[in-house]
Ligand binder design. Sequence first.
Ligand SMILES: [Fe+2]
Length: 352
Amino acid sequence: MKNQLIFFVLAIFAASCNTQASKEAPVAAPVTRIAFGSCGYQDQAQPVLRLAAAQQPDAFVFLGDNIYGDTHNMDTLRNKYERWMAKPEYQALKDSTTILATWDDHDYGWNDSGRHYPEKELSKAIFLDVFEVPESDERYTRPGIYTDHMLKAGDKTVQIILLDTRTFRDDVRPYEGQEVDTVAFHYELGYWPYETKDSTMLGEAQWAWLGKVLEKSADLRVIASSTQFGITYNGYEAWANFPHEQERMLELIKAKKANGVVFISGDVHYAEVSKVSYPGLYPIYDVTSSGITSTWGFATPNDNRIQGPVMENHFGLLEMDWGKEELHMKVIDVAGQERFTETVSYKGLKSW
Ligand SMILES: [Fe+2]
């Protein structure tokens, strides 16, 4: 009887400890995972999407050239989206996470096209429809497809800003034989940077909107740009062709005291990380993931490259570990191999 009583008292004590323990057990700090990629042919197998789904990301961001539309026929454009989205790999990803998307030239409609692409309104209507954007969404009420999306992770907030670098973009300035390092640029150059400020990537309305959304409270801000933000001039499409717009972006981040900004980009058919240094501002990283199915024969010179290039098909992954206060920028290839991880402390993404 005495033993039973002791057992009973111990059991009560243990139960109360357990209750206490479960109340006070440290909750695992959340990790936010954002997967991303670009440049996929609608009629090719896309195993990269299954690998991305296996990471159980909080969102997957399609950065453009999500299909190769390349048409003025809107039935063709819609049909290509439908063929892509019917793929079991796409369906598996869609069933597992939140899909976010912007466009680049080929899914907007035409190679290297900007604001003069004549079907841009029709193409936009198809984009909003196939990505099942609800009728109440702000994108229906204004030109372009730019928007932002808030992800919650415990008490942390990640803002994903999806830029539209096509609807308002002025024509790119053609390369006309200006003197360049012919060893570095062993390929045919297409474009040359503007030297005046009277051309735009984003257009005034989108710039004004961006200034407003950067005022929102967020712990990390991922800015998705279809073309690369952080690379140096390479003769192809990139923000580097509009250096005044690149500078405007950096000045805006400063003016808004917007901590925690990281860019993700696509378009070029390989992966790399670029690091931009700018006076008075923390380092700005641009993680490029391009090549869900596309590949390219070489990577262009890029003085800001600190990781890569990865030439095989792959997807990108941002892992924000809120416990360790570290951001891991990763690229995982089609064989499932992690090709690089660039880690930055969260303090390293703050100037204020
Ligand atoms: Fe592109």
